[in-house]
Design a protein around this ligand. Structure first.
Ligand code: GLP
Length: 239
C-alpha cells in the first residue's frame, strides 16, 4: 500500500482522477468500481472536465458502485443512485452503470446477483474508496470479522450521525444499507482510497499504522498488492 500526502484536497481529487483516467486510457473497456460521499467529488469533477475537453472517453466502460441504502427509493435525492447520476454519470458517457438494488424483494438474492454480475464482467479493474470516521469502507462497519461478499449491513450510530447531513434529520437516515463485501473490494486489481480533512485523521492513522483488524475495516488494504491511499495534510495529521 502506498500513501501519498498532498497539500490540498483539490490535489487529492486530481491525483485520484489521474489514476482513473490512465486506467481508462490503458483499457477502453475498463470495469470501474465507484463510491459515493463527499470524498470522491473532486475526482469526479476532474473526470467530467477531462471528458468535456474531448479526450477522455468512457463509452466502453462500465461501473459498479460499492453500496446503496436499503429501502430508500432510487428517486430520493440522497439515494446513491441519485448521487451518482448528479455527480458523475450525467457528465460523462459510460456504457452502463450499476448499483446494488436496495429495494429488492429478496435482498439475499440481490447480494448474490450483484457479486455474480461483477464476476461475469471480469472483475473490477480499479476501485475508488472513501473512508468512514470509524474506518469503514463501502458500508463495511467495524465488527468481529471481515465479510467477503455483498451483504446487508446495520449502520452504526457513528455512520448514521455522519450521514445525517444529507437528510432532513437523523431519523430519516436509513438504518440499513447493502454493501460490497471486503472480498469484493480486495478482488479489485487496483484500489484507490481518498480522504481529506482532520475528521478522517484517526481513521487514516489506524488504517496505516494500527493492527490489521476488522475493527478498522480499511486496515485490510495493507495486504492488497496494488492499493494507493491519497490524502491531504489534514487527514495525514496523525501519521
Ligand atoms: C458513507 C459511504 C462510504 C464513504 C463514507 C465517507 O458511509 N458508504 O462509502 O466512504 O460515507 O463519506 P465522506 O466521503 O462524505 O466523508
Amino acid at each position: 500500500m502506498n500513501v501519498t500526502v498532498f497539500d490540498t484536497p483539490e490535489q487529492v481529487g486530481k491525483a485520484c482522477a489521474l489514476l482513473f483516467a490512465s486506467q481508462v486510457m490503458r483499457k477502453k473497456n475498463s470495469v470501474l468500481g465507484l463510491a459515493t460521499g463527499s470524498s470522491p467529488i473532486g475526482c469526479y469533477q476532474q473526470l467530467i472536465a477531462w471528458h468535456r475537453e474531448g479526450w477522455l472517453d468512457f463509452s466502453d466502460c462500465i461501473s459498479y458502485n460499492l453500496d446503496e441504502y436499503v429501502g430508500l427509493p432510487i428517486e430520493h435525492e440522497t439515494s446513491y443512485h441519485a448521487f451518482m447520476q448528479a455527480e458523475l454519470f450525467s457528465g460523462i458517457n459510460m456504457k452502463a452503470t450499476y448499483l446494488p438494488d436496495g429495494n429488492a424483494a429478496n435482498m439475499n438474492a440481490e447480494c448474490r446477483r450483484y457479486d455474480r454480475a461483477i464476476e461475469k464482467a471480469g472483475g473490477i479493474d480499479i476501485q475508488l474508496l472513501g473512508i468512514g470516521r470509524n474506518g469503514h469502507i463501502g458500508f463495511n462497519e467495524p465488527g468481529e470479522k471481515f465479510i467477503y461478499g455483498t451483504h446487508v449491513v446495520n449502520l452504526t450510530e457513528s455512520t448514521i450521525d455522519a450521514n445525517k447531513r444529507f437528510f432532513e434529520s437523523a431519523d430519516q437516515v436509513p438504518r440499513q444499507a447493502v454493501s460490497l463485501g471486503i472480498g469484493g473490494i480486495m478482488n479489485a486489481r487496483e484500489v484507490v482510497l481518498v480522504a481529506m480533512g482532520v475528521d478522517k485523521a484517526k481513521a487514516i492513522a489506524d488504517t496505516v499504522k494500527g493492527p490489521i483488524t476488522p475493527m478498522v475495516q480499511a486496515s485490510i488494504l495493507r495486504t492488497h498488492p496494488n492499493a494507493h491511499i491519497l490524502i491531504d495534510k489534514a487527514a495525514a495529521s496523525r501519521l
